[in-house]
Write a protein that binds this ligand. Sequence first.
Ligand SMILES: C[S@@+](CC[C@H](N)C(=O)[O-])C[C@H]1O[C@@H](n2cnc3c(N)ncnc32)[C@H](O)[C@@H]1O
Length: 244
Amino acid sequence: MIKQLKKKGLDAPAVPFFYILAGVLSIVVSTVFHKDYSDYIWSILYGLIMVAAGAIFIHTSLRGKYKIWDNLLSKITINPSAKVLDLGTGHGMVLLRFAKRLSDNGHATGIDVWRNADQSDNSLENTQQIIAQQQLSHIADVQTADMVNLPFENKKYDFVVSSLAFHNIKQPAARLVALEEAVRVLADNGSLIIVDTGHHKKEYLDALTSMGLVIIEAKTYGFSGWWTGPWMPTYAIIAKRSHS
Ligand SMILES: C[S@@+](CC[C@H](N)C(=O)[O-])C[C@H]1O[C@@H](n2cnc3c(N)ncnc32)[C@H](O)[C@@H]1O
């Protein structure tokens, strides 16, 4: 089962593992060693909350975020000949969703540094294989590149998108550079779509506005986007670059 979960591309796999392990240990230890009924109730409750938080995290990673992207994609118009760049593509969940909507004249590129701490079974070869299995290699490709230093020319892409990758850049200054890079490669009238978690929504909105982008939507999602619970939600920002 763990192997199957890994193969599916579980986000930050250590996090749900830790929550579920801590929860199970708390339940087992308190059941075996409890002396006082009131202590027992609290440690069982703590254990159940930890297990539930881990299960919610796995649900968001394997179902919820897919629903969020399907909802986002149902709201936007994609020209079949569009050029798309997916930042921190991982297993290519967003890349493939765009590629399926493109014609042979369009193209979708995913870049990543392939960190296994951020997504399980994360590698260039694995994602190339997933693209080939979906018979989309003529429309989608992946490359190794860092979001803070994109090897692409200015204004190349009609869509620059990113799913749950920006928060993995821990330094605020580096996150700002990555945002500047995303905007640099965005074509005039192009759309930038950032889905992320953590508590950087205002930081992104302020930075994008100061770079001259128009915010079309900024939405925080409910249960589908909870990473353990409502204190760690998923949000989406759609911003457009006007002609300049
Ligand atoms: C949580 S995973 C999300 C993957 C995918 N976008 C998805 O939603 O399924 C975050 C991804 O961002 C990548 N990443 C982290 N820092 C990066 C950076 N500086 N440049 C490029 N990719 C990065 C990780 O390797 C990982 O694949």
